[in-house]
Design a protein around this ligand. Sequence first.
Ligand code: CP
Ligand code: NVA
Length: 304
Amino acid sequence: SHQTACRHLLSLRDLTLDEARALIARAIELKRMQTAGQAFRPLVGKTLAMIFEKSSTRTRVSFEVGMAQLGGHALFLSPRDTQLGRGEPIEDSARVISRMVDAVMIRTFEQQTVERFAAHSRVPVINGLTDRYHPCQVLADLQTFYEHRGEIQGKRVAWVGDGNNMCQTFMEAALLFEFELCVACPEGFEPDAELIAACGDRCRILRDPREAVQGAHLIATDVWASMGQEEDLDRRRAAFAPYQVTDALMDLADPSAIFMHCLPAHRGEEVTDSIIDGPRSVVWDEAENRLHLQKALLEFLIPH
Ligand code: CP
Ligand code: NVA
């Protein structure tokens, strides 16, 4: 069966640098318009289906509110009360859902699931987080960096902690936006080996967080146990104890360094209250920018 060619956002590799920069610029403009109370409703009559196989606060609220502000509608689907949870094949679900809606956002475990869905979808598919990537979050983070510090090209970014989906998306961002990334993680918690190889000189993997933050303009971290890894928390707490982002650690970075965390945070584990609530933290701007960046993304992906 033939499908209309359409764009997806399954990882940052789906965007050119020009497109990614245009999305950030557009998000900043849509933020200005929303703040000014200026209505902009290009997606009247359009529907976004949102499939959540994991919990969410920010992603659900931002996509749902974003569609409403653009004049469209968003539909929340959970495996608990759809046939997805009873084993209907992902390919069949893609064929059915994509005949009724204008775009689909999926939060799930395997990256392959979003790829299989996209391969059988007539409409754009957006990765709302998998075990491998979280592209919507990192685009919002890059918008946030731009607003606070300007161009990220040539800057130094330190990732402190788990080599997880957020870390791996920062690695793809380092390739696309041409910044230097240092990842500090304990042995056994490195990002994907093929991705490390693909990044070449753009990304260094270190053990010592103090070395990683040297000269960094951005320090980012995330929880020590991601969704689906909760039963491994004791082992992780022990391994990650030296990787807490503290004032002492951030004092080793560039004086202009800002702190990011995609949230939700486990205060007292990967970050102290003093850092997350302190003057170098931009975490609430990151969360707000999920709304604006995703509105730009929906406007870009959904034909109207
Ligand atoms: N940062 C993020 O994606 O948050 P949620 O899990 O609340 O969507
Ligand atoms: N790494 C975290 C990010 C949550 C937004 C997780 O996957 O649970």
